[in-house]
Ligand binder design. Structure first.
Ligand code: DHB
Length: 512
């Protein structure tokens, strides 16, 4: 009997898969099927309904990724409130697990904290209890931190986490299916699904707050910047996205690897002159040997730094008082002072919370105030991690060149500089697609519904991309009268979700 049931379940499963491929998937959320879960956080037990693996487009390309997990506190089905929210008012927290622009599965309530985001190569290391050579035991690197999804549910948020396609994904014919703009198109489709189903599920689809780290942070900013932008419409139609708005209420982004077209220049404006580098990343060996840039790489660094000055000046950004932010021919000026002021504000916050800054001699403190920063010494302290060009690698070896491939070409250049200086035979990405991956092109553009609220965190020790990337993004948003909270948390490396209490306070502040 048991066997028969199992066989039956398998055959229903395969029919469902076959159906997904041959006929349109319903976009209506089936609220009658769910799993009840009891979750524990900090000694407290909460009950939720789990609606997992819901395909969010009617014409999916890849059902392993174009699906969403939705978790809803049970209280909202019983007319109860959580943290002052009701079924009608609860915000919808929308975390993605994208790392390295790889395909990402939806988050679950069971992920371990290490599993929140796959590292750059998309694979979790199979190390058992043994850490990779050179790293301390896992528990020391990842002190037990609460799962973002569970913590958000305990706070009364509905959690909807989308899976998204990424740069290595292929269909059964071997064609790539996750190159740009697939990831952002999927996120938009998932948002539309939530809006389409707003009436049948608890949570307020006008209060969607996106969250992501690194490439996932970049995707979060892109989602917030491009609400309802028509450029994406043909792609959304092709996968059968729900007919609804894809504008979101708020963006939370940690160390966004964004503005890819200008990221090489920004990196060299920051690290030019620092000719030693140490490769990094979540699983790099701590004892990786420092290496020296070659003469050719130093030349590339000098050229890219020059290009950044023109780019920054062309943005015509203004500071909070309305003064123009600019850089002179040496790369100095008010924009640099602004970046430094964010580092100093971070040091001040650390000092106020009791951190002993005497071990950071590049910070000058007088009477409990951070009064100066030796910026060059600070940059040497954090150190260069990438070789120039950091993102559009001349030999197409970087993840970003793989993001900009096509259905049949794995890697392409995406900047004029790297196209001209390429060291391999290479093609170049379509300009329109490069544009569609960059939030900077959409902020303040008429007809686009950009999020009103932004929280950006970029650790002061992060060297995966230049600090200027987040500062330019935040400033452009501010200049367009959007609400921005940018900080560079002291000593934080390339990472995210490390300050959930503060993040949730911010969310409550904009939602209540
Ligand atoms: C990520 C990190 C990088 O350095 C990069 O270039 C792209 C993505 C990441 O951690 O997601």
């Amino acid at each position: 009997m048991k066997k028969t049931i199992i066989l039956c379940a398998i055959s229903i499963g395969s029919i469902a898969t076959a159906k997904a491929q041959s006929q349109a998937v319903s976009l209506k959320l089936d609220t009658s099927t769910f799993q009840s879960q009891e979750l524990t956080i900090e000694g407290k037990t909460i009950k939720v309904r789990a609606f997992e693996n819901r395909i969010y487009v009617s014409n999916p390309v890849d059902t392993a990724y174009q699906k969403m997990n939705i978790y809803i506190p049970e209280a909202y089905f019983n007319n109860q409130t959580v943290n002052g929210y009701t079924a009608q008012t609860a915000p919808i927290f929308f975390p993605n697990k994208v790392g390295g622009y790889m395909p990402a599965k939806p988050a679950t309530t069971k992920d371990n904290p290490m599993g929140m985001r796959p590292p750059m190569n998309g694979e979790m290391p199979t190390m058992g209890n043994r850490p990779p050579e050179g790293l301390p035991p896992m528990r020391e690197r990842m002190p037990s931190k609460p799962l973002t999804v569970v913590a958000a549910l305990a706070r009364g948020y509905v959690v909807a986490s989308p899976g998204v396609r990424g740069r290595t994904l292929k269909d059964q014919n071997g064609n790539f299916t996750g190159k740009a703009p697939a990831g952002i198109v999927d996120l938009k489709a998932a948002v539309r699904y939530l809006k389409f189903n707003d009436a049948v599920m608890p949570g307020d689809a006008n209060k969607i707050i996106s969250n992501g780290t690194s490439a996932g942070g970049a995707m979060s900013t892109l989602l917030g910047a491009t609400g309802e932008a028509l450029d994406y419409e043909p792609y959304l139609n092709a996968i059968g996205a729900a007919k609804a708005s894809d504008a979101i209420f708020a963006v939370s982004a940690y160390c966004p690897i964004t503005n890819l077209e200008q990221a090489d220049m920004t990196y060299e404006w920051q690290f030019n002159g620092i000719n030693t580098y140490k490769k990094g990343g979540p699983f790099a060996k701590n004892n990786a040997q420092p290496q020296e840039l070659t003469a050719d790489q130093i030349k590339v660094s000098n050229e890219l730094k020059e290009l950044f000055l023109d780019y920054l000046n062309s943005l015509q950004l203004k500071d909070k008082k309305g003064n123009l932010l600019s850089l002179d021919k040496n790369g100095n000026g008010t924009f640099k002072t602004l970046v430094q002021s964010y580092v100093m504000a971070s040091a001040q916050k650390a000092l106020d919370s009791g951190v002993d800054l005497s071990e950071f001699p590049f910070v000058k403190v007088a009477q409990s105030k951070v009064v100066g920063l030796d910026y060059e010494a600070y940059l040497i302290f954090i150190g260069r991690q990438k070789t120039p060009p950091a993102f559009d690698a001349l030999d197409l070896s970087s993840p970003e060149t793989q993001l900009f491939g096509t259905t049949t070409i794995d890697n392409q250049h995406f900047t004029p500089f790297s196209k001209t200086h390429s060291t391999v035979t290479a093609t170049t990405a379509d300009d329109q697609l490069v544009k569609m991956m960059n939030p900077m092109h959409y902020i303040g553009v008429s007809g686009v519904a950009t999020s009103k609220h932004w929280r950006i965190r970029h650790g002061s020790n992060d060297k995966d991309t230049g600090l200027g990337i987040s500062v330019m993004l935040a400033t452009l948003l501010e200049n367009n009268n959007l609400q921005v909270d940018l900080a560079l948390p002291w000593q934080k490396p390339h990472s995210g979700d490390y300050d959930l209490e503060e993040l949730f306070q911010w969310i409550d502040g904009i939602c209540k």
